[in-house]
Design a binder for this molecule. Structure first.
Ligand SMILES: Cc1ncc(COP(=O)(O)O)c(C=O)c1O
Length: 390
């Protein structure tokens, strides 16, 4: 097989990782100069920064005034675990999973919390479970966007507006890039390191009035570590939702999150963020439709992620090869682009089928996505030249 010439143009920013994700365009460390460092996070200026992060989260995402927004420890995982450990067990739960993060929540609820009444609604990589099968008299835990398979729920229409159970949604790779229908979501979580390209370590939990009512009326049978406790004496700890974090946050991370939120506002807010992610997806979709060797892992356009784009190699000369060789070819594409400094960290997630996962979220410039696609073709040709037997 012949080798092809390398494309002339390179993406200006090679960071296409699905987390931590690329910093916003124009980001520099100097943007963090006003961080409240070396002071107590409970000082007046410290609390003001945390409160501002909550307020800007509300205004950029359009979170209703009667919903509570809290900054919590341990990123999205911390926020999700806090929600599940604090709220589940009052009734049966439908656990939905279609990739590894959703499966992780299923494992937690079934094997760690050991709830009796757990229904699993699952699908493999590339598919969605039957959304119509959810029973909204029960609680439901689901991921808005499956980061490791590139499958998102199409919208919130499938969620019962008159539900009696709670909806607990891991929206970490969806928030700021997809429209989240707040009235359908009782608990929403995400981390700063995803669509906004913030720093890891901190998570956000957003509670509807019904989630707060559950917290104030139900006490789980199991002990709750301090880091998960949202209530005291049967009442919501209101301070958490004003920036009085349970434990010490990094004020440098807070400053960085504020920087991304202000950037979001400066470019026109949520619609612009969503528009940027959708434009990036469109570049990859156009390219894939004209490129015979590649296809989306998710073949349903209606549920295709505009943040974590997962691709598979479908060239018959590759699919005819043993699985390990196919996996080696996908890996080679990633490693070639890495060593060229064109695209970092675009291999499929470790538990996902072999392929590529390219972050298309709001901090990625569409010109970089356009510059990337010829390189993907180049790397595929190079990988085949090396690994496909003549
Ligand atoms: C859907 C989903 N849930 C949870 C996580 C874990 O996030 P974190 O490492 O920020 O806790 C990730 C990370 O990629 C994710 O994509």
């Amino acid at each position: 097989m012949t080798k092809t010439a390398a494309p002339a143009m390179r993406p200006a920013n090679p960071n296409f990782s699905s987390g931590p994700c690329a910093k916003r365009p124009g980001w520099t460390l100097q943007n963090l100069e006003n961080a409240c460092l070396g002071r107590s996070h409970r000082s007046k200026p410290g609390k003001a920064k945390l409160a501002q992060a909550i307020d800007l989260t509300r205004s950029v995402l359009g979170v209703p005034d009667d919903y509570k927004i809290g900054i919590v420890a341990a990123s999205d995982t911390g926020a999700m675990e806090m929600a599940m450990w604090s709220l589940l067990g009052e009734r049966g739960v439908d656990m939905m999973a279609w990739e590894s993060f959703g499966s992780g929540w299923v494992t937690d609820v079934a094997k760690q919390l050991k709830l009796d009444d757990v229904r699993k609604l699952e699908a493999g990589y590339g598919d969605l479970p039957d959304l119509g099968a959810v029973d909204f008299a029960r609680d439901v835990v689901f991921t808005w966007n499956g980061t490791t398979s590139g499958v998102r729920v199409p919208n919130g229409d499938w969620i019962d507006a008159d539900r009696t159970g709670l909806t607990i949604c891991d929206a970490t790779s969806a928030a700021f890039a997809m429209d989240l229908p707040w009235t359908k979501l009782d608990v929403t979580t995400f981390s700063w390191q995803k669509v906004m390209g913030g720093e890891a370590a901190h998570g956000i939990i957003i509670l509807s009035p019904r989630a707060v009512a559950r917290l104030e009326s139900y006490t789980p049978a199991w002990p709750l570590p301090k880091i998960f406790r949202l209530t005291k004496g049967g009442k919501l700890i209101e301070g958490i939702f004003k920036g009085e974090t349970i434990n010490t946050p990094s004020m440098l991370c807070v400053e960085d999150y504020l920087d991304t939120l202000k950037w979001a506002e400066s470019i026109g807010g949520l619609n612009s963020l969503i528009g940027r992610a959708e434009a990036n997806l469109a570049v990859l979709a156009d390219w894939a439709s004209q490129t015979e060797w590649v296809d989306f892992l998710n073949t349903d356009v209606a549920t295709r992620s505009c943040t974590s784009v997962c691709l598979k190699v479908v060239d018959p000369k590759v699919t005819a090869l043993p699985d390990d060789v196919q996996a080696a070819i996908a890996k080679k594409i990633g490693s070639l682009l890495d060593s060229e400094g064109v695209a970092y960290d675009i291999g499929a997630y470790r538990d996902a089928p072999a392929g590529l996962r390219i972050w298309a979220g709001a901090t990625i410039d569409v010109s970089d996505m356009q510059a990337l696609t010829p390189w993907l073709d180049w790397a595929f040709a190079e990988a085949c030249a090396e690994l496909v037997p003549a």
